[in-house]
Write a protein that binds this ligand. Sequence first.
Ligand SMILES: *Cc1c(COP(=O)(O)O)cnc(C)c1O
Length: 358
Amino acid sequence: MKQIFFTPGPAELYFTVKSHLKKALNEQVPSISHRSAQFQSIFQEAEENLRNLLDLPDNYHVFFTGSATEIWERIIQNLVAKRSYHYVNGAFSERFYRIAQELGRSPIVQTAPAGECALVDSSKISADTELIAFTQNETSTGVAHPLKDIYQVRQSHPNAIVAVDAVSTLPYMPLDYTQIDTAYFSVQKGFGLPAGLGVWLVNDRCLAKAEQLVKQQSIGSYHSLPSLLAKAQKHQTPETPNVLGIYLLAKVTGDMLTKGIDVIRNETKFKAGMMYQMLSEHAKFTPFVEKEEHRSKTVIVAETQNHSSKIIEELGQSQLLIGDGYGTFKGKHIRIANFPTHSKEQMILLIDKMSTIL
Ligand SMILES: *Cc1c(COP(=O)(O)O)cnc(C)c1O
């Protein structure tokens, strides 16, 4: 029997991927040149579909990288000479902060206690801050940063660039891209695609900053913003990219557009509501994030009174795969992905199984 991956990345593939993959192999997509017209039209299709699906403003560019982890490094190289400010709600946001340190910058961190959301106090952000980093959906703890906090910081610090890690929240979260400067994701979470492709959305302010920075220091090589831009204007990438990944992204975003982003958003809320309700009513589960306004709709984390391995094993016998706690929460938490590919029926099946366990 087929397993259903509710793991928060890699996750269950979008339900149309299998047929697109077959077609890609029939069309020999993995062998085509990344300088061919065929590739340029695949790039263009992926870009246009993403622009429509996410409602990206015209002053945004769409670039492809190897992963979101790579984008962390590129953001620091291209957009920060010295000072970045990081809101940390768990392991992923923390990793970004560490990368800024590893690259020799002087980042400042504002860390929340586990399961809480870092308090936004704009007066703590110094005037020399060049970039402010948010992780909208912290995949390790299930904390979602309220959008109004992010927009408020942008307004109070108009000279800083606001970067949003949207890896495990897109395409669900309706970000207002006019109130941030860059957002990015890997495709193996909410987009339901094989891993190995990062998508970096940047506005003109980011490009201007990189062009200014390159006059005084290295901003990296093949994946610097000016290099990515020069190729993207021709619907190409500097290196030989993950052509198959970009092809599948074009197709799956096309399917999501056909389904409708509003339908995807409503279904996501509905499924999350059902799951949180069961977790709240069940004697042995508690949603890890206490405050409702900080609870993620796409990565749902629960306390299990140290029963997580037993729960994971039992659900596994029914071919339902969920995630263990992240890092120090291994054995204590469970993490459940609620992505666009997970149908209401699949979520109800999981909830039914979980409510009779223990
Ligand atoms: C998974 C994840 C990443 C890293 O993605 P990679 O594809 O492994 O580079 C970064 N941020 C968040 C919030 C994530 O969930």
